[in-house]
Ligand binder design. Sequence first.
Ligand code: DGL
Length: 274
Amino acid sequence: MQNLKEAPIGVFDSGVGGLTVAREIMRQIPQERIVYFGDTARVPYGSKSTDTLIRYTRQIIRFLKTRGVKAIVVACNTASAVALEAVRDELDIPIIGVVRPGAKVAAEATRNKRIGIIGTETTVNSGMYVKLIQEHLPEAEVIGKACPLFVPLVEEGWTKDPVTEEVARRYLADLQKSDIDTLILGCTHYPLLRHMVGDIMGEQVTLVNPAYETALELRALLEREGIANDGENKNFENPYEFFVSDLAEKFKTFASSILPCDVTSIKKINIEEY
Ligand code: DGL
């Protein structure tokens, strides 16, 4: 069992967004190793079909398993919403996504039972957040809004730019009038716009970052399964390894700007081979 306890956690996303989830895992369970895969060649996932996203997810899981991971985190709202349930039973290791933890915390946070969700087109149209919120709170009203331009704006680094603020004001205008008291940042890029979204929505609206809750659920899951690392990850030369399907340099710049660690090991792989 010792070897399994020391095995890394596989974390994946369509690109850099899932690094906000990896960042929470690093903060909440710093003794765990991580193998991160960013599908930078095939981003964005937010406009892809369910069938395509299930195929991508299966390939990435096959790749992560070659790295000996003991559990997998789907650090992408879009893949969590439409592909996770399709692959869960095919796996012999635990897998969690970000939608279920985000839905749970939003259902617990709301006082007036009116919850907003912003995310990609695929995430919002999937209805998965609505379904999972209503499992906890059947009478909840959930108002969704797709904000597709947020992903390229964040990747451009324009998180404090007036152009992004103008876009955000347009996207959020209906939600501002909808009397929600809780808003889920239902895309992994959006926590990087947290301050801007918070300023626009006002302090009466609680912002939910599913990444935080996902890291806590992951910790509980590893303990429950008896596979939590009880040592330190410092014995390993590279506790955090990063793989991408395209353009490692751009990924490195972004990762270095948001992660609390040095991003030294980034390798490009051909994901279509898996
Ligand atoms: N990371 C994806 C998510 O959380 C958004 C980016 C994309 O469209 O690929 O939904």
